[in-house]
Ligand binder design. Structure first.
Ligand code: DQA
Length: 147
């Protein structure tokens, strides 16, 4: 059971970027949290971040061949990318969308998500803890063979 954890643009700056909104944990801390949560559930994970839309799409295609689910924080591409939605729509396994901040309490352009059209579930506003919750949920969906 392999899960891809994918992170979009600017998340490489996590911990330094707008900490009042995103907190002080770095993406390396998030990766460590995800590995710990996955280990407890006997899941394997591939953890990636890119600022480039094409790279995220290529990882989704790779996951489609190799993995049983995707946890994705598409960051700003959430609100703009039909291409990422299309790539996710080509996958037949569960997809969980994560946002560190509560996007619904922020600017109205963050209220719409293309990715939500394909996500089994969405976590927003739980801080970086959202990632470990998403891993727990996706493990359950994979076990129950749900999408
Ligand atoms: C985000 C929310 C997005 O609106 C924003 O563009 C991000 C991060 C979050 O995790 O809260 O870069 O996805």
């Amino acid at each position: 059971r392999l899960v891809y954890v994918l992170n979009g643009p600017n998340l490489n700056l996590l911990g330094k970027r707008q900490p009042a909104i995103y907190g002080y944990e770095t993406l390396a801390d998030v990766e460590a949290d995800c590995r710990r949560a996955a280990g407890e559930l006997k899941l394997e994970i591939e953890f990636h971040q890119s600022n480039a839309e094409h790279q995220i799409i290529d990882w989704i295609h790779e996951a489609r061949e190799r993995a049983g689910g995707i946890v994705i924080n598409p960051a700003a591409f959430t609100h703009t990318s039909v291409a990422i939605l299309d790539a996710l729509n080509a996958c037949e396994f569960p997809i969980i969308e994560v946002h560190i901040s509560n996007v619904h309490r922020r600017e109205s352009f963050r209220h719409h998500s293309y990715v939500s059209l394909v996500a089994s579930g969405v976590i927003a506003g739980f801080g970086t803890q959202g990632y470990t919750l998403a891993i727990q949920r996706i493990a359950r969906l994979i076990d129950e063979d749900q999408r």
